[in-house]
Design a protein around this ligand. Structure first.
Ligand SMILES: Nc1ncnc2c1ncn2[C@@H]1O[C@H](COP(=O)(O)OP(=O)(O)OP(=O)(O)O)[C@@H](O)[C@H]1O
Ligand SMILES: Nc1ncnc2c1ncn2[C@@H]1O[C@H](COP(=O)(O)OP(=O)(O)OP(=O)(O)O)[C@@H](O)[C@H]1O
Ligand SMILES: [Mg+2]
Ligand SMILES: [Mg+2]
Lengths: 163, 166, 166, 163
């Protein structure tokens, strides 16, 4: 389960904001351009997405809030995501908290349960929950038909990933 | 490893066929294991769906809504077999007509008893199955705010101008 | 030829700015002539839109709905300058929230006094500005039928199950 | 103006069907998979679209109704489109009727105002009205954002086309 998402300075979310998700169906609504897909990208970014073009950007520094009318740009973008596994498993931790930061000058840091770590550690740790930026579990805006254009080998890879 | 795959795949196949029955009433769908195209290629999985009254055609010839439903059926089939911790779906129902949207939401609601969904939407029927609702707005200073986390009338202000309801 | 282009372009620029004023209230948009990237390249046209309260950003960073509005503003700007015999738009409003959809339809309605539009849609507000309405259905024999060509309740049967209205 | 569209055997439109369009806004509704985009493709095909991948097909014979439950495939696909110019112009014909046929075996024929002609004649004739398969005036399903990804030279070409 996605438990909690904390953001500050990430894309259009200049101020610190927290979302406490519940079980079942969580729905996010709002006008065009309000920041809904930016929230999806915050989740995907905190999972360790490294391809800037998957985040509608040319580089990671573009994740930092770059200002608005009468509001200056931020110096840092930070996202913290807390997740629990799909099913209770004594072999897995009950919860994982990952955090990712990037400064306007491009310095990147990662945390796992509050402790500094490498991006690789984030990938591996979330991988034990079956989470990662490339999972079929995340369908981005405009991408729903992707399964229909996937090659047979790619579809097999998706099923293998689940296995 | 291959046996583990075959076990999972068999269940995914059944769930896909079940999902297609809900999304394409009177139609039929299945996942087929296919030979690799190249000598040393991998085995693959091909999708075959025949809507009610129609003949089997390549996925490319199907409509936008039909392709969305098929892709969602595949995703849900895996969710019914080996669920991920959560599913994050950003405007995946954009191409669906009202009837198909409700069929899709029936499956989501059913699955949501065991599995968490986070859905971004402009569609009122999707809002109606929410257990938790978040409203996002853009301030005049170019910064996003979250205006509500509760169900009920506190979300009305945001939903009224943005969620399509008539 | 270049002068003919410059004349048309100047009008298109003005109409684009007008259209953006309607679609992005409080925002601003313009079309800019740009130098070619290569030595022998062509001059080009670049789109610049700044929604209310925001800063200028590349189009790629804008939301799906914002990009749809911008593209539609460009199309409408040309329609306002040198209209084509008709405009055929297939589900172009899929990404728009309710408020933006109505803003877009306001422009279409205005233009439709002089210019013909053929719009395929699942959205009720679009149905409401129709002068002529066609309902398409799929028969149990796999063949499409057109069920109605008139406004009013004869289209109800088709629209009720397909057009999103709540 | 698009005046009239006649189809038979084209994609899902097995039976002969006619649509009389009116001035102003014409709206087409219907369930997913009912045939709405097939109508758009009938229009684009009758304008002389030669790229099968722009018609969700691998070849033009796929335009022929290929059968349904208890309904055999058709032998021919035929579309007839009648258009008038955007603005009354004494230098232009008041109306043009183009017709296009393809058989299941791939034989293709074209007509201009009821007389057999070549595809080139269809292109040139419709071109005098500013119509063609590639115009900005036709926005296909899923393609609305295309203008946003177009290069500056392409946008200029679109404006030049209108000039
Ligand atoms: N680094 C940044 N700093 C400030 N604002 C940004 C930044 N990156 C993106 N934005 C703004 O975020 C907006 C897009 O937000 P988002 O894509 O989340 O909208 P949305 O709610 O998903 O809209 P839609 O319903 O149209 O999909 C853009 O208008 C853009 O200006
Ligand atoms: N040659 C053909 N013969 C018979 N049926 C065909 C042929 N080509 C396509 N079809 C059928 O047409 C259907 C697609 O129709 P179309 O794309 O027009 O739907 P639509 O009304 O636009 O739906 P949506 O709202 O989902 O976009 C497919 O189900 C396909 O089976
Ligand atoms: Mg979005
Ligand atoms: Mg369609």
């Amino acid at each position: 389960m996605l438990r909690r998402l904390d953001l500050r300075g990430f894309k259009s979310f200049a101020s610190p904001i927290s979302l406490d998700f519940g079980p079942g169906v969580n729905v996010i609504v709002g006008p065009n351009g309000s920041g809904k897909s930016n929230l999806a990208e915050a989740i995907v970014w905190s999972m360790g997405e490294q391809r800037a073009n998957k985040l509608r950007a040319a580089g990671m520094t573009e994740m930092v809030f770059s200002g608005g009318d009468g509001r200056p740009a931020a110096g840092v973008a930070e996202v913290r995501m807390t997740v629990s596994p799909a099913i209770d498993d004594p072999g897995l931790p009950t919860e994982i908290e990952v955090a990712r930061r990037v400064t306007r000058t491009g310095e990147a840091t990662y945390q796992l349960n509050g402790t500094s770590c490498r991006l690789l550690d984030v990938h591996e740790s979330l991988g034990t929950f079956g989470l990662g930026p490339d999972a079929l579990a995340v369908i981005r805006q405009g991408q729903v038909e992707a399964v229909c254009t996937a090659r047979p080998a790619d579809l097999r890879a998706v099923v293998e990933e689940a296995a | 490893v291959t046996d583990g795959f075959q076990q999972i795949f068999t269940v995914v196949q059944e769930r896909f066929t079940d999902a297609i029955e809900v999304l394409f009433p009177g139609g039929a769908g299945r996942l087929v294991a296919v030979e690799p195209e190249d000598e040393d290629g991998e085995m693959g999985i091909e999708i075959s769906v025949v809507p009610a009254g129609k003949r089997a055609r390549p996925l490319a010839m199907m409509s936008g809504g039909e392709r969305s439903l098929i892709a969602l059926a595949f995703c849900l089939a895996i969710a019914m077999t080996r669920p991920a911790p959560f599913y994050l779906l950003d405007e995946v129902e954009a191409a669906l007509d009202d009837t198909n949207l409700r069929r899709f939401l029936t499956l989501v609601r059913r699955l949501s008893k065991e599995t968490q969904f986070v859905m971004i939407t402009h569609q009122q029927p999707t809002v109606e199955i929410a257990d938790t609702l978040f409203g996002v707005t853009m301030g005049s200073d170019g910064a996003s705010q979250i205006v509500s986390r509760r169900l009920g009338d506190s979300i009305e202000g945001v939903a009224r101008t943005t969620v399509r309801r008539q």
